[in-house]
Design a binder for this molecule. Structure first.
Ligand code: AMP
Ligand code: MG
Length: 320
């Protein structure tokens, strides 16, 4: 599998993407994490179309994509922690959940009725160009049907959404390959809602300890799609911590495979979690084929991006 090619940027592609977005239609575009399904976040109609195209439950709020901090500050209340994190990690694979400003013009449907909003500044040059050109906040969850593996190439988006999207901008394979880290800053203590493309340790080095999302008193949890037990799932059963391959299984390796086993694919020959993250979703898709009975995946250490990779794999392996 190759890593990111520099995007060939078609100015006409951007122009037509802007026109579609301004007219309430959906445009898929590359970010450095995964491909997003974009719609005008200020339009109830566009936001409704995103939920419908993904078959996503309406109670799962969407991440709003902006080109720069000035645009973010128009929508949410920015505190010192947010400023520090933005200085260090934006543009990049970090989403911040912050209080909506009273004059926030993003559709309440995108917040699923909450008084908070998830915001991110993506680094991908094509995403940056698009956001600047359209001049509106863009809601963009991953461009896959709800519950399935996120797309990391334009071809994956076409396989997932076909005619449910008006246009797909092709920026090559995604560099990070995992969704953004989601950090809730609405409370006194920062709370990690979803591990992702920015390691928790990097955040803690900047703002101090971060708590993991916990079930609240009545047994409910602060739920998002990244927090559902079964998510990111291929069609085939997934078996984790595999040290052997059972008959019919495709073996997905990380580092040196066990003696005598020929892997169907390799996430990273050198056991590098950054490279494994890049290849993860494409590998799950590539192995999700009828000639196999399941996908067996070698153990991956929790270090760095390993935590986010294992989070996704546990959900891929969870009972459906
Ligand atoms: P996705 O758009 O599929 O990448 O997932 C969006 C993620 O952002 C989910 O994990 C949600 O939990 C989280 N999220 C978005 N908006 C909010 C919000 N207002 N409050 C809490 N979490 C949010
Ligand atoms: Mg998603």
């Amino acid at each position: 599998m190759s890593t990111e090619d520099p995007a060939t940027i078609e100015p006409s592609g951007i122009d037509s993407a802007v026109e579609h977005l301004r007219n309430g239609r959906l445009v898929a575009f590359p970010t450095e994490t995964v491909y997003g399904l974009g719609g005008d976040a200020t339009s109830d109609l566009s936001v409704t179309r995103i939920f419908a195209a993904k078959e996503r439950p309406r109670f799962n709020p969407l991440i709003i994509h902006l080109p720069d901090v000035a645009a973010v500050r128009n929508l949410v209340v920015f505190d010192d922690r947010a400023k520090r994190l933005a200085d260090l990690f934006w543009p990049g694979a970090l989403t911040l959940v912050l209080p909506r400003r009273p004059d926030c013009r993003v559709s309440l449907l995108a917040s699923a009725g909450l008084d908070s909003l998830a915001v991110r500044i993506p680094a991908h040059p094509l995403a940056q160009q698009l956001l600047r050109a359209v001049g509106r906040p863009i809601a963009a969850p991953s461009a896959n049907r709800s519950g399935r593996v996120s797309p990391t190439t334009a071809a994956h988006v076409r396989d997932e959404l076909a005619d449910r999207v008006s246009l797909i901008l092709d920026g090559g394979p995604c560099r990070v390959g995992l969704e953004s880290t989601v950090l809730d800053l609405t409370g006194e203590m920062a709370c990690l809602l979803r591990p992702g493309g920015l390691a928790q340790a990097a955040i803690e080095a900047a703002i101090g300890p971060v708590m993991r999302a916990q079930p609240i008193a009545d047994g409910a949890v602060r739920l998002g799609p990244g927090m559902m037990t079964s998510h990111y799932a291929p069609g085939l059963p997934v078996r984790l911590e595999a040290t052997d391959a059972r008959p019919g299984e495709a073996f997905l390796a990380f580092g040196a495979p066990p003696a005598g086993i020929v892997p169907a694919l390799q996430l990273s020959v050198d056991g590098d979690p950054v490279e494994a993250a890049q290849h993860l979703f494409a590998a799950l898709r590539a192995l999700d084929r009828p000639e196999f009975t399941g996908i067996a995946i070698m153990p991956i250490p929790e270090d760095g991006l390993g935590a986010a990779i294992n989070d996704r794999l546990r959900r891929a392996a969870a009972p459906r």
